[in-house]
Design a binder for this molecule. Structure first.
Ligand SMILES: [Zn+2]
Length: 150
C-alpha cells in the first residue's frame, strides 16, 4: 500500500512511515503535482481537501478525522493495514527503507553509551539518519500500542 499525502497531513505521514508504510509527503507540492505523483507512482492520495478527489485520474481518500491519532486509526481501518504494519523499518524523515549496520561502522556518530549498550543500529541510506532502540523507540512503541489497542 503506497500513499501520497497532502500538506495538511504531515503528522499522519510521519506516523504511517514509522509503521513501515511508503508515504510521499511534499509540503511544497501544488495540487496538480500531488495528483501527478499519485497517478505516476500508483499511490493513493490521502487528503483533507475534497476538491482534489474530483479529479478522475486520482485514486484517493478523504480523511475525515481532524486529530492525527484519529487519522492514523482511520486510515489503518479503511485500508486494512493492521497486518501490514512493520514498525521502525522506514525512515520517518524521508521515507527510505532502513538498513541494519554494524555499530563499529558508525561508531564515531554514536554516543558512547549507545555504542556500549546497543546491539542493533539502523541507518537511513538516503538521509544518513541513525536509529537505535532506546527511550525514544520505547516511547513510540508504547504510543503505537496505545493507538492500535495492543
Ligand atoms: Zn531518511
Amino acid at each position: 500500500m503506497r500513499f501520497v499525502v497532502d500538506v495538511m497531513l504531515g503528522r499522519l505521514a510521519r506516523w504511517l512511515r514509522l509503521l513501515g508504510f511508503d508515504v510521499v509527503y511534499r509540503p511544497e507540492a501544488h495540487d496538480e503535482q500531488l495528483i501527478a505523483i499519485a497517478e505516476a507512482e500508483e499511490r493513493t492520495l490521502l487528503t483533507k481537501d475534497a476538491r482534489l478527489l474530483r479529479d478522475r485520474r486520482v485514486n484517493g481518500y478523504l480523511v475525515k478525522s481532524t486529530r492525527w491519532d484519529d487519522q492514523l486509526r482511520e486510515v489503518i481501518a479503511e485500508f486494512h493495514l493492521r497486518d501490514l504494519i512493520r514498525a521502525f523499518t522506514r525512515c520517518p524523515e524521508c521515507n527510505a527503507l532502513l538498513v541494519a549496520v554494524e555499530k563499529e561502522a558508525v561508531r564515531s556518530r554514536l554516543p558512547q553509551k549507545v555504542y556500549e549498550e546497543q546491539t542493533g543500529v539502523s541507518l537511513c541510506p538516503n538521509c544518513s539518519h541513525l536509529y537505535w532502540a532506546g527511550t525514544h523507540v520505547e516511547r513510540m512503541s508504547r504510543k503505537i500500542k496505545e493507538l492500535l489497542g495492543g
